[in-house]
Design a protein around this ligand. Structure first.
Ligand SMILES: Cc1cc2nc3c(=O)[nH]c(=O)nc-3n(C[C@H](O)[C@H](O)[C@H](O)COP(=O)(O)O)c2cc1C
Length: 361
């Protein structure tokens, strides 16, 4: 039973430079010793989840962020082997990973972790990486028709002791068999779809739906309530809602804002953010306004997540706000992970405990 009012986790420790598109020295790199250390730090803070980003190609521009990325299933197995308490997710792009392979890899990760595995399934949006696999994106809503079949294969492979066939529209498979089964009932399923058809897929299948939270307080609370209501009313399911953000804290608000300007303004990878947003705007059904300077800046500063910027108390205020919207969990990232996590542990977490948002074990 989870006792935390707001569950916490890390997002994007498997790739460079993490969720902040910055060239400042000390930004995240793909060095296993660091990546492992960040997982252990997350567990030392009792974080509930460690979630990677699936990326096969970067966003281009001068520095090509996210071009340097650990593959997430092998990463999850390795992180799973060195951790003991957090749920370890693999983020899997369904169009490029065969479901029979994914099912068995997830069962393996579930054994390695003693039942702490999760899968964040993606229907795909980043067209430049599809050619590497000799394929292309389907039209938007068809991606979720494929996802339905993909997940049906995976779920049956996790549960069916016998061989089975799947003669679908996208997969024509005979004698599918997968052992061992996951240790847990099944890995937890996460999905970050936002569009009409995508949201329907998420409501039906995800245990945790992962959203970009509306900036406006009332709108955010309504957004979360609406997702939970729809899951209950349409599919009789209770689902958790998760979001993500980036933490930039300092002793004073102005020092935190100066640092934000430095890493994301002066040393930000702006050309890459524009590339990513343009592609997302073309490929996603509900992409919002991808052209404003503020949205572009927020993408550079933290992949478009909630900004938690200011003093430790202001960071705690932000997390309290997120919790008050009804969000169940929030994944976090930092421009300088090691320093940032140390400060978060020493200065922000105690405030969250004082406010009853977190319980310390
Ligand atoms: C919190 C969050 C995490 C995401 N993680 C990834 C990821 O790791 N890799 C990726 O290609 N896309 C990722 N996405 C992008 C979603 O897959 C994309 O927004 C989705 O396909 C668009 O929604 P739609 O298909 O409903 O239009 C993420 C999106 C959100 C909001």
């Amino acid at each position: 039973m989870n006792t935390q009012r707001l569950q916490l986790g890390t997002f994007g420790t498997n790739l460079a430079p993490g969720i902040t598109f910055t060239t400042i020295p000390g930004a995240l790199t793909t060095e296993w010793s660091r990546v492992k250390d960040l997982a252990l730090r997350a567990e030392a803070m009792d974080f509930e989840a460690i979630v990677p980003i699936s990326r096969w190609k970067g966003y281009g521009g001068e520095h090509n962020p996210h071009s340097d990325a650990y593959e997430t299933l092998t990463w999850a197995a390795a992180v799973g082997a060195v951790t003991t308490s957090a749920r370890i997710f693999a983020t899997v792009s369904m169009p490029v990973v065969h479901p029979v392979i994914a099912a068995k890899q997830m069962a393996t990760i579930d054994h390695v972790t003693g039942g702490r595995s999760g899968i964040n399934v993606l229907a795909g949006w980043f067209r430049p990486e599809m050619g590497m696999f000799g394929t292309d994106l389907l039209p938007h809503d068809r991606r979720y028709d494929m996802a339905d079949e993909w997940l049906a294969v995976v779920k049956q492979a996790w549960s069916d002791p016998e061989e089975f066939d799947m003669h679908g529209e996208f997969f024509d498979l005979s004698g599918v068999f997968s052992m061992p089964k996951p240790l847990s009932e099944r890995p937890r399923i996460m999905n970050a779809a936002m569009s009409g058809r995508g949201l329907e897929f998420a409501l039906q299948n995800a245990d945790q739906i992962y959203i970009k939270l509306n900036d406006d307080r009332d709108a955010a609370a309504a957004q979360v309530a609406d997702i939970k209501r729809q899951a209950r009313e349409k599919y009789d399911r209770d689902i958790e809602v998760w979001t993500f953000g980036y933490v930039v804290d300092a002793d004073t608000e102005s020092a935190a804002r100066d640092f934000l300007q430095d890493y994301a303004g002066t040393h930000g990878m702006h050309d890459a953010a524009v590339n990513a947003l343009k592609i997302m705007g073309v490929e996603a059904e509900v992409a919002g306004d991808n052209t404003t300077a503020a949205r572009r800046f927020n993408w550079v500063a933290g992949d478009g997540g909630v900004p938690f910027v200011g003093t430790p108390a202001q960071v705690a205020d932000g997390l309290e706000w997120v919790s008050d919207t009804g969000v169940d969990g929030c994944l976090l990232g930092w421009p300088l992970w090691e320093e940032g996590m140390t400060r978060f542990s020493e200065r922000v977490l105690p405030l969250l405990v004082d406010r009853g948002i977190r319980v310390s074990h």
